[in-house]
Design a protein around this ligand. Structure first.
Ligand SMILES: *[C@@H]1O[C@H](CO)[C@@H](O)[C@H](O)[C@H]1NC(C)=O
Ligand SMILES: *[C@@H]1O[C@H](CO)[C@@H](O)[C@H](O)[C@H]1NC(C)=O
Ligand SMILES: *[C@@H]1O[C@H](CO)[C@@H](O)[C@H](O)[C@H]1NC(C)=O
Ligand SMILES: *[C@@H]1O[C@H](CO)[C@@H](O)[C@H](O)[C@H]1NC(C)=O
Ligand SMILES: *[C@@H]1O[C@H](CO)[C@@H](O)[C@H](O)[C@H]1NC(C)=O
Ligand SMILES: *[C@@H]1O[C@H](CO)[C@@H](O)[C@H](O)[C@H]1NC(C)=O
Ligand SMILES: *[C@@H]1O[C@H](CO)[C@@H](O)[C@H](O)[C@H]1NC(C)=O
Ligand SMILES: *[C@@H]1O[C@H](CO)[C@@H](O)[C@H](O)[C@H]1NC(C)=O
Ligand SMILES: *[C@@H]1O[C@H](CO)[C@@H](O)[C@H](O)[C@H]1NC(C)=O
Ligand SMILES: *[C@@H]1O[C@H](CO)[C@@H](O)[C@H](O)[C@H]1NC(C)=O
Ligand SMILES: *[C@@H]1O[C@H](CO)[C@@H](O)[C@H](O)[C@H]1NC(C)=O
Ligand SMILES: *[C@@H]1O[C@H](CO)[C@@H](O)[C@H](O)[C@H]1NC(C)=O
Length: 401
């Protein structure tokens, strides 16, 4: 019986963490009843399967307490998970923890396509600065098959994952059934190879793939294939060192800057050059040297940071090693200062590459294509539902322009 499965799992966890946690029977029963009422019985089984692992025990023990959102794969979704994944309890525990947000999000708080909401999950892979947890990016969009408005996760490997827009409430959970299991953010190499093959080639050739993959926190402005092909003539005139510098000028080394945070500070590239950011009615733009590119897809989470896809190569061959090192050290120092282990929750913000305003966390989501908007809502911590924070964010965004 699946009901008893999750029950057993939680009990097993409770015994593992017996000295710290009391088992709240009413809590356990409420969550199980809700999952079963929604036919989400495989999720209960998966929870049982991971209960004996360190990761799984920590995950299950972190569920009670503050409000949470659970993206709950349906039984059909679980049925599609390959054996190599479902039988790997460490991996399964990581995947489950990526399906939980440490905050509750109601449908009205979710940004509408082409905007999206960025929120932190409970999944920590030790590859983000300050050991922050990984972000989940989602919005409300029309399912391309049914045409119905759905919960949508646009950056799941190749295909958007859809889910229900009506959550089930249970205990401290808002539970949204989803129709596929979310995959963990891939490495830069995986994401680039799948979506940005020209960039992957250049970066590998320049010997930068390894350093970029090892950085604890990177922000990559990644030119798409068309951009790289358009820059072919220019790239041909540069020597290897210059190509390396140009590529380094597409990266912030040591910090993960989601689009909502681009306006919150001045950032220096891994090549040592300053970035400038700007939004107008067309969209959001990034400048390095004398090239400006449009951000055509923002906030693609990767294992050690975030990728924003841009439509031009930032052809800035100027490098400043001292400035690059100084920036990297100050980002590293900031990450150390904010290391907190526990505060992994909440909404990072709502954002769009189209300059759409989203008053996301207030419940008053608007998707007007307003000029000042892309950087308008930014949350430094896991605060959700604070109108004050939202309006302060909009002010900051407006002041940018
Ligand atoms: C945990 O592992 C033990 C020993 O391997 C096993 O007997 C027990 O059934 C497992 N518990 C769960 C909840 O899977
Ligand atoms: C759960 O599954 C049963 C049997 O397949 C079905 O009758 C019921 O409508 C389902 N409930 C929900 C909420 O999907
Ligand atoms: C937690 O969720 C409940 C039910 O949705 C809500 O009433 C409460 O205000 C939330 N608490 C916080 C701290 O957001
Ligand atoms: C299980 O998953 C973990 C985490 O992804 C991985 O490190 C490990 O190699 C996997 N084990 C097997 C047997 O595939
Ligand atoms: C989604 O579908 C509804 C009708 O079902 C339509 O009114 C709306 O414009 C569509 N939205 C988008 C972004 O296509
Ligand atoms: C993405 O799609 C391509 C071709 O459609 C396929 O070869 C590749 O394996 C897919 N990648 C993932 C991660 O699903
Ligand atoms: C990032 O900065 C660190 C120093 O904090 C340095 O060791 C590393 O090489 C840099 N990586 C890149 C890709 O610039
Ligand atoms: C690459 O070109 C720059 C600018 O012309 C020059 O300063 C540098 O020495 C060249 N590097 C190599 C390795 O050729
Ligand atoms: C960026 O630097 C400029 C010039 O030093 C300064 O005026 C501005 O306030 C800085 N912006 C932020 C967000 O720190
Ligand atoms: C927005 O800025 C970009 C880059 O400078 C420019 O190409 C575009 O025309 C501008 N759009 C509007 C509506 O001003
Ligand atoms: C752009 O930058 C390059 C390299 O610094 C320089 O050669 C070129 O003159 C600049 N173009 C403009 C229009 O400023
Ligand atoms: C979730 O957020 C609360 C504050 O709302 C915090 O106390 C707790 O440590 C967070 N839990 C995790 C697992 O990050």
């Amino acid at each position: 019986m699946q009901i008893s499965a999750l029950f057993t799992a939680l009990l097993a966890t409770a015994s593992i963490t017996a000295y710290g946690q009391a088992v709240d029977m009413a809590y356990v029963t409420a969550v199980i009843t809700a999952l079963n009422a929604a036919n989400l019985t495989s999720l209960a089984g998966a929870a049982q399967a991971v209960a004996n692992t360190t990761e799984g025990a920590a995950f299950l023990a972190s569920l009670p307490g503050s409000n949470k959102t659970l993206f709950a794969p349906t039984n059909e979704a679980f049925a599609g998970v390959p054996e190599s994944v479902s039988s790997n309890t460490t991996l399964l525990a990581n995947i489950l923890s990526y399906h939980v947000l440490n905050t509750s999000i109601s449908p009205s708080q979710i940004a509408k396509d082409p905007s999206h909401t960025i929120a932190r999950s409970l999944y920590r892979n030790m590859m983000l600065p300050g050991n922050q947890s990984q972000a989940v990016v989602f919005n409300l969009a029309n399912d391309t098959q049914t045409g119905n408005q759905s919960l949508a996760f646009p950056y799941q490997n190749n295909a958007t994952v859809y889910g229900a827009t009506t959550p089930v409430s249970a205990a401290n959970f808002m539970i949204y059934p989803i129709y596929s299991v979310l995959s963990l953010p891939g490495t830069l190499a995986e994401v680039a190879t799948a979506a940005l093959p020209s960039l992957a080639g250049l970066v590998t050739q320049a010997g930068l793939l390894e350093p970029l993959s090892q950085a604890k926190g990177i922000t990559v402005f990644a030119p798409n294939d068309a951009a790289i092909s358009a820059a072919g003539a220019l790239v041909g005139t540069l020597n290897a060192t210059q190509i390396q510098t140009v590529l380094a000028n597409h990266v912030i080394n040591g910090t993960v800057v989601y689009s909502t945070l681009l306006a919150s500070a001045n950032y220096t590239s891994a090549g040592g050059e300053p970035f400038k950011f700007m939004t107008n009615a067309t969209g959001a733009f990034v400048t390095s040297g004398n090239t400006t590119a449009q951000i055509v897809a923002a906030d693609i989470p990767i294992a050690n940071g975030v990728v924003h896809i841009i439509d031009r190569v930032l052809a800035n061959p100027v490098g400043n090693t001292a400035a690059a090192q100084s920036a990297a050290s100050s980002y590293a120092a900031a990450a150390t200062a904010t290391t907190s282990g526990g505060s992994g929750g909440g909404v990072v913000g709502a954002s769009s590459t189209m300059g759409s305003a989203t008053g996301s966390a207030s419940g008053a989501a608007t998707s007007a294509k307003a000029a000042s908007a892309m950087l308008s809502t930014s949350f430094s911590t896991g605060v959700v539902g604070s109108a004050v924070a939202i309006f302060a964010g909009i002010f900051a965004g407006a002041a940018l322009i």
